[in-house]
Ligand binder design. Structure first.
Ligand code: ATP
Ligand code: MG
Ligand code: MG
Ligand code: MG
Length: 369
């Protein structure tokens, strides 16, 4: 009797393609010799419009590695009139394309691997929680706290973790009153100076983030970020090396070796993240042992401070000139392709990819029981 693992991927965020890549790697690990006696894979694909597909079609997306076209030229959708709905009419029983394909009720444990909004932010976790089926990763609170940079930073501050100076604003302050906007910009300039980073609070993969060096860049960046999210954050820019640490576990989590990201671009933006050869990983990071142990300690504190579970990747700035380590953020469903930082940091810490996937599923069962 194998445990049926519902691999939930795709989703309505800008990180849809990344999710497919992560899901492919996880699917391979679940089907590997090492795990195949224990687990059976049931893929569930959420299209860009929010429509759920299971069975053969979902498997096809995994195999091809490319999203389904919403105009449906390559597939026969079960109910084309519903494909523009943001969520299926019955989320508990997503429509499947063939009578033989899997249903939600067949799943013993979920492995959601949807990055960004509507996946990493507690929404999917709430749905799975209501189903009363165990799922990999953080619960509703941990996911929501970890997705929202404002809530996350409040939790980090409360835990005493050092961070860059920042300000939080909302979309209405950017858009609705032309008299207020210049004052807002004055305030940002006075408080943070240039360069600063403008970010939508609830996103990932650097989507909507801009590094700004002048008033006009600030204005453009605020307007752009406001198009992604109601909540915005502006941070003082630091000149620093970028270090990351992977956390695995529930109430007694472990921290991996520390890794470093290297790149030539202005900052670690979307293009640098997803263009082969633009970023390099150094694992373990060539930093003093005092720095890596501080980062491991801070990663575990950050994990607990937002109530994360299962897995998280914690990102840091290391200001080499002063020796200062600042926490940047936590990601509760980090990129999980075979070449992503999270699994690679575990690989270098003695946990190979297939075993990592196995452990995450076991942690989901442990948390649910
Ligand atoms: P992820 O894909 O890791 O979820 P994200 O979209 O949540 O990323 P951040 O990690 O907040 O975005 O920022 C993306 C990148 O922008 C950082 O890795 C770094 O290169 C740069 N950056 C962000 N904030 C700052 C800052 N305050 N000072 C200097 N660089 C920054
Ligand atoms: Mg992030
Ligand atoms: Mg992210
Ligand atoms: Mg980051």
């Amino acid at each position: 009797n194998k445990l049926r693992v519902g691999l939930l991927f795709g989703g309505r965020s800008g990180e849809h393609e990344v999710s497919i890549s992560s899901a492919r790697a996880i699917a391979q690990a679940i089907s590997s010799d090492q795990n195949a006696q224990k687990y059976e894979l049931l893929p569930f694909y959420i299209q860009k419009d929010g429509y759920w597909l299971a069975g053969e079609i979902a498997q096809q997306v995994l195999t091809s590695g490319t999203p389904l076209q919403l105009n449906g030229s390559n597939i026969q959708l079960p109910n084309p009139s519903q494909t523009s709905l943001p969520i299926p009419t019955s989320p508990y029983l997503p429509v499947s394309s063939s009578s033989s394909s899997a249903q939600v009720a067949d799943v013993d444990v979920w492995f959601p691997i949807i990055h960004g909004p509507n996946g990493e932010d507690g929404t999917v976790q709430g749905l799975l929680q209501l189903m009363q089926i165990p799922y990999v990763g953080s619960g509703v609170l941990g996911s929501a706290m970890g997705m929202d940079k404002i809530a996350m930073k409040m939790a980090f501050a409360q835990a005493g973790l050092p961070q860059v100076k920042y300000m939080t604003i909302n979309r209405a302050q950017v858009w609705s009153n032309p008299c207020v906007f210049p004052k807002l910009c004055d305030q940002i300039e006075a408080t943070l100076g240039y360069p600063c980073f403008v970010k939508p609070a609830n996103l990932g993969s650097s989507v909507g983030i801009a590094k700004v060096r002048s008033r006009s860049e600030l204005e453009t960046a605020l307007d752009n970020a406001a198009s992604y999210d109601r909540r915005l954050i502006i941070e003082a820019g630091v000149v620093a090396r970028e270090l990351e640490c992977a956390v695995l576990g529930n109430d007694n989590p472990k921290a991996s070796v520390v890794g470093e990201i290297t790149f030539e671009s202005d900052f670690y933006d979307y293009e640098t993240k997803y263009t082969a050869g633009k970023a390099g990983f150094l694992i373990p990071a060539p930093v003093p042992e005092s720095v890596s142990s501080a980062i491991q300690e801070m990663s575990l504190q950050a994990f607990a401070s937002v109530d994360a579970a299962g897995l998280a990747r914690v990102d840091f700035f290391y200001v080499e000139a002063t020796g200062e380590v600042l926490i940047n953020e936590i990601n509760t469903l980090p990129g999980f392709t075979a070449t992503s930082m999270y699994p690679q940091m575990w690989e270098k810490s003695g946990v190979p990819f297939t075993e990592l996937v196995d452990q995450l599923i076991q942690l989901a069962l442990e948390r649910h029981s």
